[in-house]
Design a protein. Sequence first.
Length: 292
Amino acid sequence: MFDLTKNTNENIQIFFTKESIHIEETLKKALNVECLIKFTKVQNANTIEAKDFLGKFKIDINGLELNLYLSMDAKIGSILSDLMLMGPGEAKETLEPDDFDSLKELFSQSFGAFVTAIRESGYKANFNGFSEFEPTDDTFFKSEFEIIISNITESSIFQYVSVNEFEKLLSSLSVEVASAERKNTNAPIFEIEDEPQRNSAIETPKDNLNLLMDIDLNARVRIGSKQMLLKDIVKLAEGTIIDLDKSVDEPMEILVNGKTIAKGIVVVVGGNFGIKITHVGTKEDRIKSLGG
């Protein structure tokens, strides 16, 4: 999510690029449309341009708050809102209260999914919700996200992040990494005796593993689960909705032999459901988990 060997400008490019992936995935799922979200450029700005929709979405990473300011005009905002409300994607000149509520919900889902990805990258991250605000003068990174929705529109939305907040976050993460490296350096070193050399004719674990590579294993995706009373199961009928124990912004679990080996998000591929991997353990961890 961050590359602390690179400078601030390179890291903000990485940040916005990865964020665009989760905006696109959220819009595809929430609006049930084919769309493309492309992070096109970033530049410095001394103020936030207040368009028809303006919101502040708050996240924190390792205890530091980062405010993500979102701005868009009524045309793209009303199209997204109409699609969110199961409409055809009609554009309007002005946004109504229902449109504001739909946009808040849509992008709360998007930033929530982005925070989940940050957390899975090894950071402590939380999504702290939406709030309204009055634009103030500051130095911001201003990004443009191009939105292409098939047969409906091509437009852009804009996002701002305080340069000071982002630099403070990178500095804090760098300090944490340096502190961890110092602890590792000061750790006591124990000498380990060399193992006696094995006969080269004996099969190695790698040789044994290669023999297993063609074994078929059943993989399945777990959306969620719920414990139910027998009396509730008896009452089930067509149209009954069962709430699962997983929120919409949490990734699905991919299981093999009853063990979780990866996580991902649901996508549609050629008319079939698929799952796009967002997190996977090392090869060694996956093999160990399958062993029981």
